[in-house]
Design a protein around this ligand. Structure first.
Ligand SMILES: [Zn+2]
Length: 276
């Protein structure tokens, strides 16, 4: 996908299988199951999508998937496969030391897991020359999780980055490069951020988990994971209206890895995939 001077690609780090009830919140299974069939353990298969955004001078990776550090028990519960991140980058001609910026929409294990890897006893940044960009509020909450949030965070994914001096904490809305904007959207967590790549009138929007896939387009379909569900609701109303009226190209964190456009008819939103 071309957006001005940027080449933008989307790929999946692999599939993971969260609980379907957690994924769809107050929506009864009788409804969500028709959209997203569950396995015999009530799990639904979701991709863990990453973006690769490149221009002549910059190589930006958004999300790093689940990585390889999770304990076997957690991998089994969530059905996490071998991470594909580095293979997908290699297929696109990108070596880890060529990446200049890493953005995580938030620091949950399925988005930040590939930030670091274990080298013997040491935890090392996967992308040694990159700055890692997170919202300050997300960093604060991830460094001090509570009983409700601690299962979603794995400290080894982000804490070791502080010592490398490559941590870049941002506040609210920020243009990290001309044409690439991050916006804090409280809902899924306090410090979740979305990504917009813009050139002229063209905007590509990466949702973050306040709207993980196309099945979350209906306004009340909000994951039980969300810490601030009514803020998610307000953000969906505001952002979906803009996505429709400004004809944004939309990609989701946990849908199939693809781009599309959102349309609205009689209050119902629909996603239509774009031919790549
Ligand atoms: Zn997620």
């Amino acid at each position: 996908m071309r957006i001005g001077r940027f080449d933008v690609q989307i790929f999946s780090d692999g599939v993971f299988k969260p609980d379907g009830g957690s994924m769809f919140g107050v929506v009864p299974k009788a409804l969500w199951e028709k959209q997203k069939p569950a396995d015999d353990r009530n799990r639904v298969a979701m991709d863990m999508n990453c973006l690769l955004i490149r221009d002549a001078d910059n190589v930006v990776v958004v999300e790093t998937g689940a990585g390889a550090k999770l304990p076997a028990k957690q991998r089994e519960i969530f059905g996490i496969e071998t991470p594909r991140l580095l293979d997908e980058l290699a297929e696109r001609g990108v070596r880890p030391d060529e990446v200049t910026l890493v953005v995580n929409t938030h620091l949950h294990f399925d988005h930040a897991g590939g930030n670091t890897y274990r080298d013997g006893e040491r935890l090392v940044a996967t992308f040694p020359r990159a700055s890692y960009v997170f919202q300050r509020t997300e960093w604060e909450d991830a460094m001090a999780p509570n009983e409700r949030t601690q299962g979603s965070y794995a400290r080894d994914d982000y804490a070791p980055l502080e010592a490398t001096g490559r941590l870049e904490l941002v506040d609210e809305s920020v243009e990290i490069l001309p044409g690439i904007r991050l916006d804090r959207v409280q809902g899924h967590t306090r410090g979740t951020q979305t990504v917009r790549v813009s050139a002229g009138r063209e905007t590509l929007f990466f949702s973050s988990d306040f709207m993980p896939d196309r099945h979350h387009l209906p306004l009340p379909w909000i994951p039980a994971f969300d810490l601030y569900p009514l803020d998610t609701l307000a953000a969906k109303k505001a952002i979906l209206a803009r996505a429709v009226s400004e004809r944004w190209i939309v990609a989701f964190t946990h849908d199939l890895p693809r781009f599309g456009r959102v349309s609205e008819q009689d209050g119902r939103y629909r996603f239509e995939e774009l031919a790549s």
